[in-house]
Design a protein around this ligand. Structure first.
Ligand code: CTP
Length: 458
């Protein structure tokens, strides 16, 4: 198991031990090692204080209040940082994860007892000849095998220490396909409102990780069922009970269910595209009305939705680029795939949404169809529309503008005044180059312009 730990990381580990300090791998790295998943970060915990760590690793940097020293290193030519954290206990904590006073713990058990979930509270020590030992006072390995997320000790205390853990429980359960222990779940439901103490930046990271997972639909359902969705994306819940049923239409579910099912069927793996898919019909409740026959309508819901989602993205501190993409996808998701559209209309559509967004927009349409109960991902019209888009996206055929020389070059080469002769020469060489594109080089064309010029001027 330990043979997957990069040797550069092991070197740092052994350097600490050689200096007489205790060192353990902890957290996500041990969890993922035991699960045979790819380890993202190798976190170490130690009894060395930050000051002592900086003496052992002079190129390390210490820049926060949590006692973490980052040590830069290179793994396969890639710059990485290993985080080494001093055993700690926190006192007078608040749910915002801003302990008023951090004190360094004396023992590994102090440290493990303050970690969030049992599966994240397993420590790994590497001994002689890489023989390893697990220190697992909270039976994390057993919970890993049972696929259970369970708080270390009293869940309520763990959530009050840092309310982000409420969301982490859902995110980790979703990513790993685990279930949440009953007691821990009940406390999440009870403490869900505490999430409002957590910064939008941290919430956004967890939310996008839920969306990027293999089971984003299950993750969002968990968030709804425990009450966290109401805190994070209350707008989404407004779709509950808003019927979309119209005779002859596929839609049978309410707006909320349709938004979620669309996410479930979204072909894109990009969490931002999935976010837009989840929110694509968020404007419907606001504009819902009845037509003359008493049937529901949602005119301009994409305009209302785009407006709403701009505020949501600002609230969740999405980057400008991400926000613009989400707004664009929602604003134009009702695009027509009418088979009678001209090529120019197709080109206008591409320009409006941006070439780089075409695939994501098509993915949203497929998600919307499947999430609306349609059996096939693509109608013949959508297929045809995609083909027409492909056609328009193909590189334009070689034209006179693609020659490596232009009229100004001809004027300079022949030292003549502008006149119809320029166009004649360009057309002539274009015809030659069009037959053999390798001729489109400066040296050859220079020569040809001189020859043609001589003939034409004589
Ligand atoms: N931790 C915690 N409470 C938090 C955040 C982190 O107790 N709010 C502890 C957990 O033991 C966690 C470790 O710090 O395993 C490292 O945290 P982090 O790197 O944020 O997450 P990982 O659990 O490593 O998960 P992942 O690698 O999937 O991000």
């Amino acid at each position: 198991m330990t043979n997957v730990i990069p040797k550069e990381i092991l070197k740092i580990y052994h350097r600490l031990e050689k200096q007489g300090f205790q060192a353990y791998f902890v957290g996500g790295s041990v969890r993922d090692l035991l699960l045979k998943r790819k380890v993202k970060d190798w976190d170490l915990t130690t009894n060395a204080t930050p000051e002592e760590l900086l003496k052992v690793f002079p190129d390390g940097f210490y820049d926060n209040q949590f006692g973490t020293v980052g040590v830069p290193l290179k793994i396969e030519d890639k710059e990485e940082v290993i985080e080494i954290t001093t055993f700690r206990t926190e006192q007078s904590y608040t749910p915002t994860h801003k302990p008023e006073k951090v004190t360094w713990g004396k023992t590994l058990d102090d440290d493990l007892s303050r970690r969030d979930f049992t599966i994240n509270a397993i420590a790994l020590r590497i001994g002689e000849k890489n023989v390893f030992e697990l220190i697992d006072p909270y039976d994390g390995e057993k919970d890993l095998k049972k696929k259970i997320i369970k708080a270390v000790g009293d869940p309520s205390l763990r959530f009050k220490e840092d309310a982000l853990r409420l969301l982490r429980a859902i995110r980790i359960a979703t990513e790993l396909g685990f279930t949440i222990d009953k007691d821990t779940w009940e406390k999440i439901v009870e403490d869900a409102p505490l999430i409002k103490h957590i910064s939008a930046e941290r919430i956004k990271i967890e939310l996008l990780r839920v969306l990027a997972s293999e089971n984003p639909y299950d993750g969002i359902m968990l968030l709804k069922n425990c009450g966290l969705l109401e805190q994070i994306l209350p707008e989404l819940l407004k779709g509950i009970g808003i019927s979309q049923a119209r005779p002859g239409r596929h839609h049978k579910d309410d707006v909320f269910t349709h938004n979620l099912l669309s996410l479930k069927f979204c072909p894109s793996k990009d969490p931002v595209v999935r976010f837009a898919t989840l929110l694509h019909d968020i404007g419907k409740p606001e504009v819902s009305a009845k037509d003359k026959q008493g049937l529901v309508t949602f005119h301009n819901h994409e305009v209302a939705g785009a407006r709403m989602v701009e505020k949501i993205c600002d609230r969740l501190k999405f980057s400008r680029k991400e926000k613009e993409k989400v707004i664009m996808l929602i604003r134009w998701h009702m695009f027509s795939v009418n088979e009678n559209q001209t090529d120019a209309a197709i080109r206008r559509f591409i320009r409006k949404i941006g070439v780089e967004n075409v695939k994501d927009m098509m993915d949203l349409r497929v998600a919307d169809r499947l999430g609306g109960g349609t059996q096939t991902a693509e109608s013949w019209r959508l297929k045809l529309f995609k083909e027409k888009i492909e056609e328009q996206l193909k590189p334009a055929p070689f034209s006179i503008n693609d020659l490596v020389i232009d009229g100004n070059d001809v004027i300079k080469i022949l030292n003549i005044k502008p006149g119809p002769i320029i166009g004649k020469i360009l057309n002539e060489i274009f015809a030659e180059v069009d037959e053999d594109l390798s001729k489109n080089n400066r040296k050859f064309l220079d020569q040809r312009v001189r020859e043609l010029g001589q003939n034409l001027i004589e």
